[in-house]
Design a protein around this ligand. Structure first.
Ligand code: LER
Ligand code: MN
Length: 279
């Protein structure tokens, strides 16, 4: 039987401690708990959002991957911003340097596990008094440096456009696509986060088709950042567009655990079964 490209399902687990709990992650009770639940529910992978690179324990994660027959779908770097206030576009050169060090150390850890790394919140924003070209130059510098480091570690680096309330750098997939294509590092891809796209794109399916093979990861969320099916995003044409571009990566549930983690995880699996076809 000839199979088309396989779209896979994963879910996010946050390793942030209590005060930061108001963030859109599905699992909150440790890596093993997330692997066990995702395996029980039939997911293909887990995406980890660690506080720092030290929380990526390659030995432990390899053991969990084997025990639960799941992949590590991606590693997020957002804690660099959320907890440490590091960004690639801070006017302070020392902060930009610390931001690049934080992310490269995350790439190193993820590289040991062959998992892609996401640059989302750490991109920062264009601050008052800084020309846009200057901020884009700093972002480009970071992505070029981290992109070639990721290539030498054998992993993809994923850049995520965010909605206007989180960044003023790139909000739409098409703008990020044009910029990313102008960079020389070849292993850079885009994250299409359906929540951010719902705020910024006129037509989500069209945006997916335009970005095409540059899409390397999808954050699978409904319009209200709850599990797909709990909001009003029209998901069928988006999945059709992903099939059209031959997408074979993850739909990763980066969502609020509403009404609770397991119900939202089951809903995500049901939506995956309905729109993609299940495992
Ligand atoms: C933040 O809103 C987000 O979508 C994350 O995936 C970026 O770190
Ligand atoms: Mn996201």
């Amino acid at each position: 039987m000839i199979e088309g490209p396989q779209i896979k399902l994963s879910a996010t687990v946050s390793l942030l401690r209590k005060p930061e709990r108001n963030a859109p992650f599905l699992f909150w009770d440790g890596v093993e708990n997330a692997f066990e639940a995702c395996s029980d529910l039939g997911f293909h992978g887990v995406e980890i959002f660690p506080e720092s690179p030290d929380q990526i324990d390659a030995v432990e994660i390899r053991m969990l991957q084997q025990r639960y027959a799941l992949d590590l779908a991606a590693v997020g770097t957002g804690a660099g911003w959320v907890l440490h206030r590091l960004s690639f576009t801070d006017p302070d050169a020392a902060i930009r340097l610390s931001a690049r060090r934080f992310a490269s150390s995350m790439i190193h850890r993820a590289g040991e596990l062959g998992a892609p790394v996401i640059i989302g919140s750490m991109q920062g924003r264009i601050q008052d008094g800084i020309p846009r070209e200057q901020a884009i130059h700093w972002l480009t510098e970071a992505l070029e440096e981290l992109g070639s480091y990721a290539a030498s570690s054998g992993v993809k680096l994923l850049y995520e456009p965010l909605n206007r309330y989180e960044t003023n750098l790139f909000n739409r997939l098409g703008d990020a696509f044009t910029w990313l294509r102008s960079l020389s590092a070849r292993n850079l891809r885009l994250v299409a986060d359906l929540f951010h796209m719902g705020i910024e794109e006129q037509d989500l399916a069209h945006a997916v088709r335009e970005a095409g093979s540059l899409i390397g990861h999808v954050h699978f969320a409904d319009s209200n950042r709850r599990a797909v099916g709990y909001g009003d995003t029209d998901v069928a044409p988006i999945v059709a567009a992903l099939r059209q571009i031959g997408y074979s990566g993850y739909l990763s549930a980066e969502i609020f655990p509403i009404p609770d983690t397991l119900t939202a995880a089951r809903q995500t699996m049901a939506a995956f079964g309905r729109f993609v076809g299940g495992r």
